[in-house]
Design a protein around this ligand. Sequence first.
Ligand SMILES: O=C(O)CCC(=O)C(=O)O
Ligand SMILES: [Fe+2]
Length: 527
Amino acid sequence: RLTRHFYTKSIGDLKDLAGLDIEISEYFTQVYLASESLNQDLEIKHLVEVYLQDFYETSGFADFSDAILTTAVKISHNPICSYRLIRRAIYLLRHLVLRASFFRIFQSKMARKIFHFFLENGWPSNRDSIESNFAILSIQQAHAFDVDQFANGLLATVQTNCTFDSISCHELRQDMASQIQWLEKAIEKAENDGKTSVPFLKLLLRKAINKHNNVFDADTMLDLQSPCFDRELKHIPGDSKTAKKVHTILYETLQGKQSVAASVPRTNYWRHWALCSGKNFQTEEEKSQLFCWYEFKAHPRFQIGPVKMEFLNRDPDMVQIYEILSEKETLDLIRNTSATMLPSSVQHIDMPIREDQLDPYEKKSRTSVNSWLPRSVDLIASRKIEAITGLHVAREIDSELLQVASYTVGGVFQPHHDELVQEDKDLPGQRIATFMFYFNEVELGGRTSFPFLGVAATPATGSAIFWYNLYTDGYSDPMVDHGACPVIMGEKWSANKWIHEQTQFLDRKCTLKRKERFQIPCNGVVR
Ligand SMILES: O=C(O)CCC(=O)C(=O)O
Ligand SMILES: [Fe+2]
């Protein structure tokens, strides 16, 4: 193997770890119940107890609605279970295995299996720990999840069996308001689970409140990134419960639950997050232009098998095309990709605010793994894109290789524009259009939001979304910024086909008129 596992970003790697963890726990349970051998080393015995308690507290009782999925999949699909799993591996399992007597006591196939697994794939590292924190905080931030409910396992509308313990709550503390809320939760949890020192947490909380009150400024309260509460906090237990987070106020404003002075910034982050949790900002007038239809004219083949299409937006036109790939085709493409995925990078990021003003967890603009499929593999998909869009796609000069990406729980791609920033001389022109497939349905979250259009697309198996990135004059259309919302539960597989402008020139003529848009026809008719 050339690469280590990416436990927090790659769903396959995470499932591997979950599978191993289940086997380990079953084995430890047997040993613990059956033999006296653990009494030879009381420290190991204690570590095994702690490990098992952690396992049974979370994954051990994993019992989610879908009976078809294996336990390892259910665990990797749940952000809280996955978070606890990664920590169990980093802090508890490593401790255990590194003890000199481990292999003496567990001279078994299982011990060798553990050893080989981590030798081959690498230990979950400090980096995995940071990334899993980031994942949880992305979910919390985008959805304004209440700390109390989130810590007790509520994910939007789904109550799960996994919860955060006092150690997790302590680790999840961030700046200001979030820090205070997580620390209060950590104290509450520590009073019951005894895993962390309550006086220590109280000290941290006192410090956090002082810091908050020092930084808090009522006049600039509604500034863009204020991570504060809406007032100074008193040093009395539970005071923060009656204060509102400025984040929450802004969020509720966008949700339409509150109206706040016009000074509230409407940056695309806030809109992005609100879109992620189901809000829509299109006007009634805009909505009245949307419809779905059977397309049977774009290509002769659609005469006998029309495709289901839907306008999600007009001007710029953005469509979702349904059931364009069969389930088998999506599974084949996933299978062809899985072995070669590496963490995604970005060429640039179109941010409304400067990088140094961002919270640490906003800095990671794209947390997924991806890889590119050879042209021979994506040919069927490319031909379908050609039939639907009327663009040239299949040849080397027409488009980039199909980029398949997958996201685990908490995986995001912050809002950005798909245009190429540094024009690559080898590539024939700008990315005139994007055709993006969804290979699966996401259990919860994972939409693609278009903050400026005020609409988000929902992943549906075998469907795709399509839009033009450029005006007909060749300049980029800023309205089609878009971002991937955090996956709350499940996993997400999508694939981008970036179509280049050069070979389209006979069919998509450029114009001298400024800022005119390409239109997507409905059975040959444009507006
Ligand atoms: O996966 C998504 O929803 C969006 C991905 C995207 O925008 C990209 O890869 O450029
Ligand atoms: Fe994109």
